[in-house]
Design a protein around this ligand. Sequence first.
Ligand code: CA
Length: 365
Amino acid sequence: MKRREIVVGALGAGTLAACSQERKPMGEQASAFKPVVWKMVTTWPPNFPALGTGAKYLGDLITQLSAGRLTIKVYGAGELVPAFEVFDAVSSGTAQMGHGSAYYWKGKVPEAQYFSSVPFGLTAQEMSGWLYFGGGMDLWREVYAPHGLIPFDAGNTTVQTAGWFNREIKTVEDLKGLKMRIPGLGGEVLKRLGVTVQNIPGGELFQALDQGTIDATEWVGPYNDLAFGLHKAAKYCYYPGWHEPGTVLECMVNQSAYEALPADLQAIVEVACRVTSQRMTAEFTARNGRAVQTLVDEHGVEMRPLPAAVLSRIRVVAEQVAQELAQENPAAAAIYDSFSRYAKQTAAWTRMAEGAYLAARHADL
Ligand code: CA
């Protein structure tokens, strides 16, 4: 098989087929290509566990696989541009590459939120299915194209925690008046239930919670939450992360910079993103288990399930919010249509597969 066919076979046909049509033939152009250095700006504190180190891994992998013809220099949030300016920096070409998550750009591209995480939406595994075999990735490319950006999935947090609270949540009424950091569609859901919603970059969360600027925050999961010491600033940690059941981390690439690469380097960028995604999913799965044990055994944290009635109410609002986003523009409508049809179909099977299996495995725990 030719290289491209191997890559397509390994990754799923949708994206790569679309992408490879635009690729230049390998050969002369590849050998004539002069080595370049790209800047990768990220929304994470430098080398922050799993997220920042995942971005660094991605950069190093591209550098290594390309034998230095494409060297990636990675910048943490604030080192070159602030966390929430990554989209603009890559779009304008200040940096060639960025690592973050699509819901951070909801002010510019509201429909991008579907590619990050949808409350009560898809798990990491299901999300990967939608992106690569359900049409999701093609839609994502269409949404970013007008901004001169090409998106890749390059990480997943897996199911998050619902967050850290300094107030017990016994009923949905207890949410009213809370000042909470929660991004994306999850934030919109809680806003409708009386929460004052804020979005604050990860690196500022501990201080905001500790000083009482906010009463509650979600971040990622036990591994990342422990790294920020959120257990020292809040009494209760609730689960599950209904708002982020499998959040995709993205790598966005400046389209002009990408198109200037020979085909083999384009393929390296694409494959390195996929490898990073799988690696991060594995890392969160392994390290969250260890971290939750540390939080409970060494720090005395009480992990609490959100009451079923609270989750039930949130779920109704979450469905409304996801539907309403579809009315923002025709692109949002098309994405929601694809997403919701896939989600419905997949949920029916997941219920019989992972759902039934996990219920059986955990029945006597
Ligand atoms: Ca989160």
